[in-house]
Design a protein around this ligand. Structure first.
Ligand SMILES: Nc1ncnc2c1ncn2[C@@H]1O[C@H](COP(=O)(O)OP(=O)(O)OP(=O)(O)O)[C@@H](O)[C@H]1O
Length: 758
């Protein structure tokens, strides 16, 4: 069965293969015995079925005993499910040989554990077991120490091997220095490193001093920074072309040249994520700009809404349905708001007609109105019918109208109807022309109903507060569906401002007014919905200016509803021709080309100009997640040694994937899981998800989960991968555990592009 390698090899492949085959045979025996034992001990649901049959024909007197048996069987079955066994077709993926206290021990790493002392088979769970950590963190020949149950155990690593299986048979054994591959009945040795070397040998290593915040803008960028201070500016361009740079340099220039017109406290920089907020603050600090507000859009609008609408709840639901976010940010909601304003108009007219005996005259007058603001419709009556009507009736009408005007800023009722009234929601569905599914109405209405329901604290307000406190000090409803009661969605804030505007023609209530700014920067503006852009537009002084930066190819917010840049500017109520930045400064050419191809049909006609050469994008396909973890740890360990000041981002598709990858990589080395933008902007390994990294940059970017399952072929995934890859200043490495994602460019596509471009 075993053949010898074609090339010189430190130890003979024959003995290695033989050893692994023997270990596998012992594992199969151990597995067969374990399965037999479990089958005997725990019928796979047959026992329960038999008991159920018995129950049907049993007399009443036997039922209590039968019931007890059924419970016991149920418990046994669920225990059996937890104690799952390794898959015989691929029972483990790695083999670690250690010497502990003079004795050699073989430890296999797999998804499920198996212990058979008699046969010397030990499979441990790679994600949990302390000894598995040794496999991920040590090289062959190294000593190690691990802590098990409070005791420190010392040992020495003798061998580390990775294994793959095909059709249940051993297919490859990766050893130090190469891989043994089975080809039919023979084995061939191929020298190969465990993991690719990430550092680019042609570029200098990062040193603590190479992080220079001062860059010289190119002529194009400088011209944009120098634009007339009051002129709106729309800066577009591919990833890394300097849009954020231009926007923030413009802020610095305005502050420096026109400090009176642009006081720091009247300038606002809005970004989508906390990571970019922190980076923007650092860049402004580097440009000696102090006191300018930098906020995520959510934080900004939340603070504004809480000030202007004093009744707004201070809680947001922990897990709001995506349907609610999608609908509330959709432009079709404007149609529902139109209808709502019409209904409000009719309701006021009916009320006044009835109270003052106008016998439908008011209704007729008001129904003919189509001014966008409710305030203006009432004013038409004020200057028309109210003036014409003399005497007591006229006075009463004027009084009643004044009262209605007074109530216009109360948007709470309209808001409740807009997000809870099925007919109004259905109007939005209709206006979306098929973009929003009809089923969304029920989901949103149910969510609203839950939000408007009383919390337990309110329902039990008459009960002594001490008696209501839970043991852990949390609210009564925490962790229950009632948790949604008394909350408001983050998307509701823009909606409230829109309603206020449609009713009053302004953005103020008795409690306060929307803040106004002399200059607003909107970075990554492709992520904002029209309803949000409108609020931002209204926060701009009549004389104020705006800098909008964005890239449609980078929109990754699933509910954003970006249409076009014209639509963005129209929603902001400003006009400006777009300026395009053509040069990609951040990433080297191979990364820029790779990222371009990822976009597929959505890619712009031209590949961005990328003046910096660099190393190719690396790709690795592994047999599964365990292999991927081993390869990641190996490459990262070397990278840390070779380029210790580099920043490394391991960017997963979503939160769940980021957590799993972090758990895996942590087995081998210290790394941080970054949430809410808490990046260090310095050396180290940070694991995160795509939505966190908008606008940021790292020396190395690793995509750890580039499988077909996690990154299927859809524009949304293409744009997200494009964003992730274009964060790299030096190099990109794509790791695909299992079948690679179909959106990864083929070698052929890249070759063609490289030729075309050079
Ligand atoms: N003229 C320039 N010369 C050298 N480097 C530049 C120049 N302009 C920008 N850069 C650098 O290029 C990188 C990307 O810039 P920036 O973040 O402003 O791009 P962006 O267009 O906002 O990117 P993204 O769309 O990915 O958010 C930064 O490191 C920045 O310092």
């Amino acid at each position: 069965m075993e053949g010898t390698g074609e090339r010189p090899f430190s130890s003979e492949p024959g003995p290695i293969v033989a050893e692994e085959l023997r270990l596998l045979a012992r594992t199969h025996e151990a597995l067969a015995e374990a399965r037999g034992l479990r089958r005997g001990a725990r019928p796979d649901g047959d026992g329960l079925r038999a008991l159920r049959d018995e129950w049907n024909s049993a007399g009443e007197e036997d039922k209590p005993a039968l019931l007890a048996q059924m419970h016991e069987e149920q418990a046994r079955l669920s225990r059996a499910r937890v104690d799952r066994l390794p898959d015989p077709a691929a029972p483990y993926f790695a083999h670690l040989r250690v010497r502990v206290a003079g004795r050699v021990r073989d430890v296999l790493l797999g998804a499920a554990p198996l212990l058979d002392g008699k046969r010397g088979v030990t499979i441990v769970e790679w994600r949990k077991s302390p000894i598995a950590e040794v496999f991920f963190s040590c090289e062959e020949g190294e000593d190690y120490e691990i802590e098990v149950d409070g005791r420190v155990i010392e040992g020495h690593v003798e061998e580390r091997r990775l294994l793959t299986f095909e059709g249940g048979a051993l297919a490859s054994i990766t050893v130090s220095g190469g891989v043994l591959l089975r080809e039919g009945d023979t084995w061939r040795f191929e020298p190969r490193a465990w993991a690719p070397r990430l550092v680019d040998p042609t570029s200098p290593r990062r040193t603590p001093e190479t992080r220079n915040p001062f860059i010289t803008l190119d002529a194009e960028q400088q011209a944009l920074v120098d634009r007339e201070p009051r002129a709106p500016l729309l800066v577009l361009g591919s990833a890394g072309s300097g849009k954020t740079t231009v926007a923030l340099h413009r802020v610095a220039a305005l502050r420096r040249r026109f400090p009176e017109v642009f006081p720091a406290k009247r300038m606002l920089v809005l970004v989508p994520e906390p990571g970019l907020r922190r980076l923007s603050e650092r860049i402004l600090e580097g440009l000696a700009v102090e006191g300018v507000f930098v906020r995520t859009f959510e934080d900004w609008i939340r603070a504004e809404a809480r000030r202007v609408f004093s009744w707004v709840p201070h809680h947001e639901p922990p897990d709001p349905p995506f349907a609610a976010s999608r609908l509330k940010r959709h432009p079709a909601l404007f149609a529902a708001i139109d209808r709502l304003i019409d209904e409000d108009t009719r309701a006021i007219a009916r009320k006044l007609d009835r109270l003052l005996g106008f016998r439908g005259a008011l209704r007729k007058a008001l129904e003919a109105r189509d001014e966008p603001f409710l305030r203006d419709r009432l004013r038409v009556i004020e200057v028309g019918l109210a003036r014409e009507t003399t005497g007591e009736k006229g006075r009463l009408l004027r009084e009643a109208l004044a009262e209605e005007q007074d109530k216009l800023a109360r948007v709470r009722g309209d808001h409740r109807r807009l997000v809870g009234d099925r007919a109004l929601l259905a109007r939005a569905i209709e206006a979306s022309e098929g973009d929003l599914p009809a089923g969304i109405v029920e989901q949103v209405a149910a969510h609203t109903k839950q939000q408007l329901a009383m919390t337990s604290e309110e329902a039990y307000a008459h009960v002594d507060a001490d008696r209501l406190a839970t043991l852990d000090g949390r609210t009564l409803d925490a962790g229950t569906p009632e948790e949604t009661s008394g909350t408001v969605d983050v998307e509701d804030y823009a909606l409230l401002f829109e309603l206020l505007h449609r009713r009053t023609g302004a953005s103020a209530t008795r409690a306060g007014a929307l803040s106004r700014y002399a200059h607003i920067v909107l970075d990554e503006a492709q992520e904002l919905a029209p309803i949000e852009l409108r609020v931002i537009g209204r926060a701009l002084d009549p004389e104020g200016s705006v800098t909008v930066a964005g890239d449609a190819a980078q929109r990754i917010d699933r509910s954003g509803h970006f249409r076009s840049w014209e639509a963005v500017m129209e929603a902001l109520a400003v006009r400006s021709e777009p300026a395009f930045l053509e040069t990609s400064y951040r990433s080297p050419r191979p990364v820029v080309e790779f990222a371009h191809v990822i976009l597929g049909a959505d890619a712009p006609a031209e590949v961005p100009r990328a003046p910096r050469e660099g190393a190719d994008v690396l790709r690795t396909i592994t047999a599964g997640e365990g292999h991927a973890a081993a390869v990641l740890c190996e490459a990262l360990r070397h990278l840390r040694a070779e380029d210790p000041y580099a920043s490394v981002a391991v960017i997963a598709r979503d939160e769940a994937s980021a957590r799993a990858v972090h758990e895996a990589v942590s087995r081998g080395m210290p790394c941080r899981l970054v949430r809410d933008g808490d990046f260090s902007f310095g050396p180290g390994i940070e694991v995160t998800e795509v939505s966190e990294v908008k606008g940021l940059e790292f020396d190395y970017v690793i995509i750890p989960d580039a499988s077909a399952k996690v990154w299927p072929d859809a524009s949304e995934h293409r744009r997200a991968l494009h964003v992730a890859v274009t964060r790299a200043m030096r190099r990109v490495w794509i790791v695909s555990p299992g079948e690679p994602s179909p959106i990864l460019p083929s070698e052929e596509e890249l070759r063609r592009l490289g030729k075309l471009h050079r």
